[in-house]
Design a protein around this ligand. Structure first.
Ligand code: C5P
Length: 220
């Protein structure tokens, strides 16, 4: 099975308050995007396509190995993944979509996703249990439901797909659609999404606190 990795790295990172796109923010001497690309390659993908902001193309190119292909990202994560998917090379059977914002994801997570795809799964997401009680609120902030947390999971990346299934899912998605999760794209077309164990180290860097935690972990 030949697998390609897509890294969504075209976000601005405004919630991090950085002076550059989040994927270029430094973690222990290297930009977040370089960590994410290394994880995919170390975990077993054969090629990597990274969606980047057009204005910073050269900075991304300088930060990444020359074998990595760069494409111009879009205004939303969904548009960025769509652009990268179109650039995946021929002969690829499986595609893993990863966030640049999850720099410390261990390669083992990538390997688990690849193994599930090799065993026949069409769509695979790494997940973790939900440890806090999680509630639904209305517009006023009043709790309207409290789902049983035993049945809830936090979804991480990389998410893995049969290439054909992911391409069909994106082809069927309206152009302006905005989803935070690629598995939702294929689940909407009736494809079952299976799960493998995620890892706390695959946490997403979104706000300054997340970066401080990542810096402490990277220093170990
Ligand atoms: O904003 P958030 O942290 O949820 O973004 C998740 C990932 O999607 C990040 O790695 C970000 O760079 C990427 N993204 C993108 N194109 C956008 C917005 C976000 O590739 N337009």
């Amino acid at each position: 099975m030949s697998a390609a990795g897509i890294v969504a790295a075209a976000g601005s990172g405004s919630r991090l308050g950085a002076d550059r796109p989040k994927a270029l923010v430094d973690l222990a001497g290297r930009p977040l995007v370089a960590w994410a690309v290394d994880t995919l390659l170390a975990g077993g993908v054969d090629e990597v396509v990274v969606a980047v902001p057009a204005a910073e193309h050269d900075q991304f190119a300088a930060a990444l190995p020359s074998r990595v292909r760069l494409v111009e990202g879009g205004a939303t994560r969904t548009a960025s993944v769509r652009a990268a998917l179109a650039a995946v090379g021929p002969g690829v059977d499986a595609v893993l979509v990863h966030d640049a914002a999850r720099p410390l994801t261990p390669p083992d997570v990538v390997a688990r996703v690849l193994a599930a795809l090799a065993a026949g799964a069409l769509a695979v997401v790494p997940v973790l249990p939900v440890v806090d009680t999680t509630v639904v609120v209305d517009a006023e902030g009043t709790v309207t439901a409290a789902p049983d947390r035993a049945a809830l999971r936090r979804v991480q990346t990389p998410q893995g797909f049969s290439r054909v299934v992911l391409a069909d899912g994106y082809a069927g998605l309206p152009l302006g659609a905005e989803l935070t999760d690629d598995a939702a794209v294929v689940r909407a077309s009736g494809i079952p999404v299976t799960t493998v164990a995620g890892d706390e180290r695959a946490a997403k860097v979104t706000v300054p606190h997340d970066l401080r935690v990542a810096e402490m972990l990277a220093a170990r």
